[in-house]
Ligand binder design. Sequence first.
Ligand SMILES: Cc1cc2nc3c(=O)[nH]c(=O)nc-3n(C[C@H](O)[C@H](O)[C@H](O)COP(=O)(O)O)c2cc1C
Length: 274
Amino acid sequence: MNQFTLDQSLCTRCNLCVRDCPSFIITLDENRMPTISPDKEQFCLKCQHCMAICPTGAISVLGKKPADSRPLSDIPRPSFEQMDLFVRGRRSIRNYKNENVDKALIDKLLKSLAHVPTGCNAQELTFNVIDDKDVMHKFSDKLVDALIKASEEGKITHSLLVQIGGLPRKAIEKMVFRTAPHALIVSAPQDAPCPREDIALSLAYFELLAQSAGLGTVWWGFLRLTLGIVPEVKPLLGIPDDHEYYAMLFGYPAIEFARTAQKEEVAQYRRVII
Ligand SMILES: Cc1cc2nc3c(=O)[nH]c(=O)nc-3n(C[C@H](O)[C@H](O)[C@H](O)COP(=O)(O)O)c2cc1C
């Protein structure tokens, strides 16, 4: 049941809800009022577009009332110039303060991630967070121990990790953990409509949100790489076995960048002409 309800006294019959419904399940009844017939409810994506688009707040859906949404009309949009400079100035941070991030801030960031798009609006992401630097240290100890053992047993052949054999323990730690006190591991069931895309998107949004809040972040490909070599450490993170996952390190940055990098602007840009 998607609980689509209409306050007829507010509906202006503007049809916006009908036009914007991605599943085309909203139709007009004999009085030209929007409705969803029971046999169509199963196709509802639960995206709430009908409620969000209604200019007069006539539609409630899924038990959500328009009065509980935040109005968008008076929220200033960041300008393109601000967003452009922000995207250009985003950098991977590999030096962090040995300090916990305020849990209330982490909570706010994760709440915002609920709004990141997911394929078919599946919203099946799970967020595992290491929000305590002591927990991070314990995890780091176990992972580095396992990596050193694997290296001694000749089990590390990946080109990015093979150098571990010649490094002191502190350097292995720094290479894998980049001194970050925290990590966000996002996972999704393998049978979700778009698990990898959903995970990568949520981490990309997290990175921008976190950096806008003054945090540093760096994608944590080393987690997947290293856990591929020492899978016995993975259960510590609580990632379900049937989930895809990816991760990001974060914390208060101990460094500050002074200028943008100069990446090749759009390395290959081809116009499609048909
Ligand atoms: C999928 C992915 C995985 C990454 N994994 C790591 C990692 O494990 N450790 C690390 O230090 N940087 C990692 N990075 C960061 C890249 O090395 C970095 O984005 C690149 O060097 C460009 O630097 P910038 O992010 O400051 O522009 C990763 C980036 C991506 C997109």
